[in-house]
Design a protein around this ligand. Structure first.
Ligand SMILES: CC(C)(COP(=O)(O)OP(=O)(O)OC[C@H]1O[C@@H](n2cnc3c(N)ncnc32)[C@H](O)[C@@H]1OP(=O)(O)O)[C@@H](O)C(=O)NCCC(=O)NCCS
Length: 338
């Protein structure tokens, strides 16, 4: 921990150790917006803030909190802070009412992050990781975090009703590591934006038919209904490869899948997220292919060629609709089979 809290500047904003001279601007600048996102019910008073600044000073001495006033043109515009725990530090930031929307927050947090992740030998705080927790609805703060190079890592779940604010949406966890490449590197910036984009589950399935038009279905161990062979596409895997792999793993069948027959979107259901299911043509086979099939006992109870009427009876209604749509081949895209 540095003996003196340094003053940091990028030429536009300057971060000074937060002291009593910043209390007035802080009390005047804390508005409903700031209280909302920090989960504070009561407005901060000057007396309360004096106590806070005393506490911050003792935390600074013990190396657990470094608070900075964000100053531009000699005027105090907000506060940012870093709270080290071992080699990881938590960050938070706030701009005062009337000071927002001018880029000061993004600059101040970037400055703080760069300093916190710089080695101590080079005048930094020597952290390996800095992190922030932001309400997913706080768009301005998410933007500030991105501008400072923090990657979105995920959502921390929160027990609803345990805090003063509504955090039933969970809290977004964002972080930057000392080893992350600089933001000026185009690939680094793309991977930062990539961390914010949604991901959707994909499922690859194979439609195998027999000469009588029956369809190969499996009865799974972990659900009541029958379904086409196939499964979830792994991270970075192609859906076609996933379908082949699952067929091989589940039934020991090696089939080179042909055309894509159907893309079916499955809405969220029974605790599962929504998914896109791709059904590939597995060709026509003599039912005798099943004679040598080795069922993957952990997942598959039974595999049979079924007529479409049997499918209606044994599969979930949305699976039966998907199979009928794939067999009919009239519509390449369905949602829940329709
Ligand atoms: C979060 C906060 C510091 C942002 O301050 P700011 O002055 O708007 O930030 P900047 O001017 O540096 O802008 C940062 C980015 O946020 C964007 N932004 C600002 N307000 C936004 C909003 N309401 N919705 C979406 N984006 C917004 C800006 O366009 C800018 O993006 P860009 O660089 O791509 O143009 C300020 O709104 C604040 O103090 N809020 C209350 C306290 C708070 O939420 N603290 C964080 C708790 S985790």
């Amino acid at each position: 921990m540095p003996d003196q809290q340094p003053t940091l500047t990028d030429g536009v904003v300057t971060l000074h150790a937060f002291g009593t001279e910043h209390i007035e601007a802080h009390v005047a600048g804390e508005d409903d917006e700031a209280r909302l996102w920090f989960g504070r019910a009561e407005a901060t008073t000057a007396a309360g803030m004096r106590e806070t600044v005393e506490r911050w000073e003792s935390e600074r001495r013990s190396g657990t909190r470094l608070s900075f006033a964000v100053v531009h043109d000699g005027v105090s515009r907000g506060v940012v802070e870093v709270r080290p725990r071992g080699d990881t530090a938590a960050l938070s930031w706030m701009l005062y009412a009337g000071q927002r929307g001018q880029g000061y927050a993004a600059r101040a947090v970037r400055l703080l992050v760069d300093w916190a992740l710089t080695e101590q030998g080079q005048g930094g705080l020597g952290m390996h990781r800095v992190e922030a927790e932001v309400d997913p609805r706080n768009q301005a703060s998410l933007r500030v975090a991105t501008r400072a190079g923090l990657h979105r890592e995920g959502i921390r779940r929160v027990t609803p009703g345990m805090a003063d604010r509504d955090d039933s949406h969970g809290i977004v966890v964002l972080a930057r590591l000392s080893t992350d490449p600089p933001l000026s590197d185009p690939q680094s910036f793309r991977s930062l934006l990539n961390s914010f984009l949604p991901r959707k589950r994909a499922i690859g399935q194979v439609l195998l038919r027999d000469p009588e038009g029956r369809v190969l279905l499996c009865r799974l161990t972990y659900k009541r209904d029958w379904d086409l062979p196939g499964g979830v596409v792994e991270v970075g895997e192609s859906p076609r490869l996933a379908a082949v792999r699952e067929l091989e793993e589940e039934l020991g069948l090696s089939v080179a899948p042909g055309e894509l027959l159907l893309t079916d979107w499955l809405p969220a259901w029974g605790g599962w997220d929504d998914a896109v299911c791709l059904v590939f043509d597995g060709g026509t086979h003599d039912p005798a292919v099943l004679d040598d099939v080795v069922l993957q006992a952990r997942e598959i109870r039974e595999a049979r060629f079924l007529t479409l009427e049997e499918v209606d009876e044994l599969a979930a209604d949305f699976t039966a609709r998907r199979i009928r749509a794939a067999v009919a081949g009239r519509n390449p895209y369905t949602e829940s089979g329709s």
